[in-house]
Write a protein that binds this ligand. Sequence first.
Ligand SMILES: Cc1cc2nc3c(=O)[nH]c(=O)nc-3n(C[C@H](O)[C@H](O)[C@H](O)COP(=O)(O)OP(=O)(O)OC[C@H]3O[C@@H](n4cnc5c(N)ncnc54)[C@H](O)[C@@H]3O)c2cc1C
Length: 463
Amino acid sequence: MAFVGRDRTLNTERVAFMKHADIVVIGGSAAGLTAAITARRHYPDKAILLIRKEERVLIPCGIPYIFGTVGSPEKNLVPDAALSKNTIDLLIDDVVEIDRENGRVQTAGGEVVAYDRLILATGSLPAMVPIPGFEFSNVFPVFKDVARLRAMQEVLKGVSDLVIIGGGFIGVEFADECKKSLQATVTIVEALARCLMLAYDEEFCAQAERLLTERGIATVTNVKVTRLVGNGAVEGVELADGRTLPAQAVIIGIGATANVTLAKNASLPIGPTGGIVVDRTMRTADPRIFACGDCAEKISFFGGRPSTLKLASIATAEARIAGANLFGTRRENIGTVGVWATIIGETAFATAGLTESLAQRHGYNYVVGAAEAVNRHPGGMPGARSMKVKLVFEKRTGLILGGQVMGDTAAGEVINAISACIQRRMTAEDIAMFQTGTHPALTASPIAYQFVNAAEAAAAAGR
Ligand SMILES: Cc1cc2nc3c(=O)[nH]c(=O)nc-3n(C[C@H](O)[C@H](O)[C@H](O)COP(=O)(O)OP(=O)(O)OC[C@H]3O[C@@H](n4cnc5c(N)ncnc54)[C@H](O)[C@@H]3O)c2cc1C
């Protein structure tokens, strides 16, 4: 990074020493790190500087596991080795201003850095709803922050009643992990009719709730929280149906909002879901500035509608596009498919694209195929577990719209194969003729292979 002189032009009284990097990335998590590494691969001669707020970066998706399986925030960190290995400079500081006209950023610590290209990967913050009592102590939105999570862990150790607001995958994972480690009643409150309802169809959600109940977690669905009760510290959660659940701590897992303050202050356009507007190359309205990850506006793979999905898998895919396109377009975003998985106990739930209920809601004329089989052959082989695959196809074209998988932990990878089929726009016939690799100790039999048989069932239904 080159030292280029002194600068008093930015909005500060402090004399700053201006540095220069060809590429400046703001954000050091899934999107920022991946964008910087991608930029290094595509532009080996450029100086790259990554600026992030935090000393140590948490693996965001591992956060719920701090509270059970993993044990502490320190065991859930992204190693910084990737930065040095890729000759990416690191500045730990808070960027407070982007001066687009002069191509510079200013940090809270007084650094001024000039850029040729800037990537915004400023991520998201936990969503908050204006319910009275949210400001009480022992109420925890999930911040990706080591100190906050450590403090939360300390408080949770002493509680006898924990309420989790939000029955999406974050709420469900927190509930399962907290139940493992705490001597507390754990209750999930979900406003929709089912937990995990935005990602799975009814039969999958029903099975997820059954498993939660078996594991000693209560689920209260189809009811909204009206306020948190307490006197400074939370004591209960009041529901719209008049009940009040006792609670000495509340975890809030109701989604995330794009962190766009810097972009907004720099007059970059913000889209309908609150993200920074980007084109398919991940370029913002300013040709020198790109955005990716949770802070960027998204459009759905299915028809280009605005999408509110925020996932690490989307963030890294967008980062690989942004990082490659900095000095010439090399990649384009096909839109957000939405692929992810979760696990309750030993049972995995995975989803990609549209569920049957979403396909219905979006007005598709569709057919469905499902198949369930054990993941070994013969079924007496060690590790044999059932796995169910459900696929949704557009009726007229036969194109795959989505899939859900439940059961064996292989679901986490099977869903990626389903996602590949969605992205390559394959049909039920294509998948029914898929050449699958099978092995008695590793997979279902080639005769019963769930993914292929689900497509076969849908192809038959569509004829
Ligand atoms: C509990 C939990 C579990 C999750 N599990 C999954 C999962 O299983 N699978 C999945 O795909 N997704 C999961 N997600 C979603 C995933 O974590 C996010 O999609 C992902 O973190 C987005 O990455 P990002 O880099 O865009 O943003 P973030 O992770 O929010 O990172 C933003 C970065 O920007 C930096 N930053 C922001 N403003 C400034 C500034 N002004 N100056 C300097 N630095 C700044 C921050 O310090 C941080 O480094 C989960 C999220 C949570 C909260």
